[in-house]
Write a protein that binds this ligand. Structure first.
Ligand code: HEC
Ligand code: HEC
Length: 482
C-alpha cells in the first residue's frame, strides 16, 4: 500500500472524543425532571465535560444524554452540584449568572455559525437565542413547542443548602424548530449536526465546563468552530424492503424526460417545480423517512392517491403514470445513474492535468490526501451536488476539513486541516501531508480559517465545457457499484 494511502486510513481510524451518536428513544418520555424512563436508562452519556479555563476548585461533572424520535429531540442534564443557587425569574433574563445549563445546536454541519441556544437555570427560567444568518427577530428567539422541567422548577428562588447534591433538567424540542437548517426533519440515518453542551454559574464554585473542549485563544461558549459532532442513528430498513432501495433502480432516461414534462404540467399546483417542495406537497426528490421507494408504491400513490392526505388520485393513463415514476426515480438518483453530457475521458485528463484536482484528491489510490477521496463520489452524491461542490464555495469548511494555523510554544507554525480533536490534543494534517499530533500544552495559538481549501471560487470561472467534462468524470467514479 502506498504510504500516503496508509496515512489517510490512519487518520480515518483515529477516534475523536467530541463525537456522539443520537439514538432513537426506545420508550415514550415524560418531561418531569426525573429521567426514570427506560429510554434514558438505556441511553449513553455524552461523556465527561472539559473545564476549559480551569484555575482552581472542584470539577463537578455533568451527565448529558440526547435522544430523538420522529417529532422531537430530547435532552437531559444530570448536574452534580454541592452548591445550587438560582434567582433569575424573567424569561430571557441573564440565567447564566445562576447555576445554569446550556445547549447550542447547529443543525447543518456545514454551517456551524447557524446555531440556536437554550440556557436554563435551576429554577426553570429559560433564555433562547438564534444566531443564524437568516434570523431577523433580534436578540432573543421563541422556539415552538419546547417543554422542559428542572428539579426546582417554578420556585421563587433557590439558595445554597448543605444537602445540595445534584439537579436535573429534562427538555423536549420539536424537530420543526430545526427545519430551516437541517437537511432532514426527522433526521436520516447518519445525518450530522454540530453542537456543544455547557454548564456555568452559581455563587460558590462557578466553574465553566463544556462537552466539546474549547481551547485558547477561544474564550467563549459561543465558538461554533469548537462545536462537537453528533450523528443520528436510524434503525435499518426491514430486510424484505432492502435491495429495492432507490439506489439500485434503473430507469429509462427517455421515459424520465417525458415524465418530467407531464409532472410540470399536472403536479406543480401542489408540488414544486422540478420535483422540489411546493406550497401544498413535499419535495419528491428529498429523502423523507416515509418515502415511497419502489416503483409499485410510487405507481400506487400517483394512481390512487394517498389516503388521509392531500395527495389525490389521478385519471392519467397507465403509460403516463409509468413515466412519472421514472421521473421520480431520476430525481432521487445519484450521479452514476444519470446520463451526462460531458466527456468522461477528457474530464479525467483535466482532473489529473491542468485543473490540478489530484493535487488534493485521490481517485482509485492516486492523488493527494488533503481533499476527500473521490473514488465513489458518483454513487454517493447527486449530479447537482457534484456540480455545486465545483462552483459554490461552502460558507464553512466541513468537519475534518477545517483549515487551521497553529503556532506552537516553541515558535513553529503549522498550517493544515484539523482532523481530530481530543480533550487535550489536536491532530492536524499539515499542508506538507504530514500528520501532526499536538498537545494543548504545546500550543501557543490556534486560528480557524473560514474558507475551505476546495477552491470552488476559482473553478466556477472554468470554461463551461471543462466543468461539464469534470462533472462527467466524477459522476462515473462509483467503486461501490462495480
Ligand atoms: C392537490 C395537491 C397534490 C397534487 C395535485 C399532487 N400531489 Fe402528490 N402529494 C400531495 C401531498 C399533500 C403529498 C404528501 C402525502 C403524505 O403526507 O404522505 C403527496 C405525495 C406524493 C407522493 C409520495 C411521496 C413519497 O415519497 O412518499 C408522490 C409519489 C406524489 N405525491 C406524486 C405526485 C404526482 C406525480 C402528481 C401529479 C400527477 C401529484 N403528486 C399531484 C399533494 C398533491
Ligand atoms: C487545494 C486542495 C484542493 C484542490 C486543488 C481541489 N480540491 Fe476539491 N476539495 C478539497 C477539500 C479540502 C474538500 C472538502 C471540503 C469542501 O468540500 O469544501 C474538497 C471537496 C470536493 C468535492 C466534494 C466532495 C464531497 O464529498 O462532496 C468535490 C466533488 C471536489 N472537491 C472536486 C474537486 C475537483 C474536480 C477539483 C479540480 C477541478 C478539486 N476538487 C480541486 C480540496 C481541494
Amino acid at each position: 500500500m502506498p504510504p500516503l494511502r496508509l496515512l489517510a486510513l490512519l487518520i480515518a481510524a483515529l477516534p475523536c472524543l467530541a463525537q456522539y451518536t443520537i439514538q432513537r428513544a426506545t420508550s415514550p418520555i415524560t418531561i418531569d425532571a426525573k429521567l426514570d424512563e427506560a429510554a434514558w436508562r438505556n441511553a449513553a452519556s455524552m461523556g465527561d465535560f472539559s473545564f476549559n479555563w480551569y484555575q482552581s476548585g472542584d470539577k463537578e461533572q455533568t451527565v448529558v444524554k440526547i435522544l430523538y424520535d420522529d417529532e422531537n429531540l430530547y435532552v437531559s442534564w444530570y448536574v452534580h452540584d454541592k452548591h445550587i443557587s438560582a434567582y433569575q425569574r424573567q424569561r430571557h433574563g441573564p440565567v447564566s449568572k445562576d447555576d445554569c445549563v446550556e445547549i447550542f445546536i447547529a443543525p447543518n454541519a456545514a454551517k456551524p455559525g447557524n446555531y440556536y441556544t437554550w440556557e436554563i437555570n435551576a429554577i426553570g427560567t429559560m433564555l433562547n437565542r438564534n444566531k443564524s444568518d437568516w434570523y431577523t427577530g433580534g436578540a432573543t428567539w421563541e422556539p415552538v413547542g419546547v417543554e422542559y422541567k428542572t428539579t426546582f422548577h417554578g420556585a421563587d428562588k433557590k439558595d445554597e443548602m448543605p444537602e445540595d447534591d445534584h439537579w436535573i433538567v429534562e427538555m423536549k424540542v420539536p424537530l420543526q424548530n430545526f427545519s430551516h437548517d437541517a437537511a432532514h426533519t426527522p433526521p436520516l440515518d447518519g445525518d450530522q449536526w454540530r453542537l456543544n453542551v455547557n454548564r456555568i454559574g452559581g455563587k460558590t464554585n462557578p466553574q465553566l465546563s463544556s462537552w466539546a473542549p474549547i481551547l485558547p485563544p477561544l474564550k467563549s461558549f459561543h465558538s461554533p468552530e469548537a462545536f462537537g459532532s453528533v450523528s443520528f442513528a436510524n434503525p435499518p430498513v426491514p430486510a424484505q424492503t432492502r435491495g429495492l432501495g432507490m439506489r439500485r433502480i434503473r430507469f429509462n432516461p427517455a421515459d424520465a424526460k417525458a415524465g418530467g414534462e407531464i409532472y410540470q404540467r399536472s403536479c406543480t399546483m401542489c408540488h414544486g417545480l422540478n420535483g422540489e417542495e411546493g406550497d401544498r406537497a413535499p419535495a419528491l426528490g428529498a429523502q423523507r423517512r416515509y418515502l415511497r421507494r419502489t416503483s409499485e408504491d410510487l405507481y400506487d400513490a400517483i394512481k390512487n392517491g394517498i389516503k388521509g392526505t392531500g395527495m389525490p388520485g389521478s385519471p392519467i393513463p397507465e403509460t403516463e403514470v409509468r413515466k412519472l415514476v421514472a421521473y421520480i426515480h431520476s430525481l432521487r438518483a445519484t450521479a452514476v445513474d444519470l446520463e451526462v453530457p460531458g466527456n468522461v475521458a477528457r474530464g479525467g485528463e483535466l482532473f489529473e492535468g491542468s485543473a490540478n484536482c489530484s493535487k488534493c484528491h485521490m481517485v482509485n489510490g492516486r492523488g493527494g490526501i488533503r481533499g476527500p477521496d473521490l473514488s465513489d463520489i458518483g454513487a454517493e452524491r447527486s449530479l447537482a451536488a457534484i456540480r455545486e461542490a465545483l462552483t459554490i464555495p461552502k460558507p464553512f469548511a466541513p468537519l475534518r476539513f477545517q483549515p487551521v494555523k497553529v503556532v506552537t510554544r516553541k515558535g513553529q507554525t503549522i498550517t493544515g486541516l484539523l482532523k481530530n480533536q481530543h480533550n487535550s490534543s489536536y491532530q492536524i494534517l499539515g499542508n506538507d501531508e504530514k500528520l501532526y499530533l499536538l498537545f494543548s500544552s504545546e500550543i501557543e495559538s490556534i486560528e480557524f480559517q473560514k474558507q475551505s481549501l476546495m477552491p470552488a471560487n476559482k473553478y466556477k470561472s472554468l470554461p463551461a465545457a471543462d466543468l461539464e467534462d469534470l462533472v462527467a468524470y466524477l459522476s462515473r467514479q462509483a467503486r461501490s457499484r462495480r
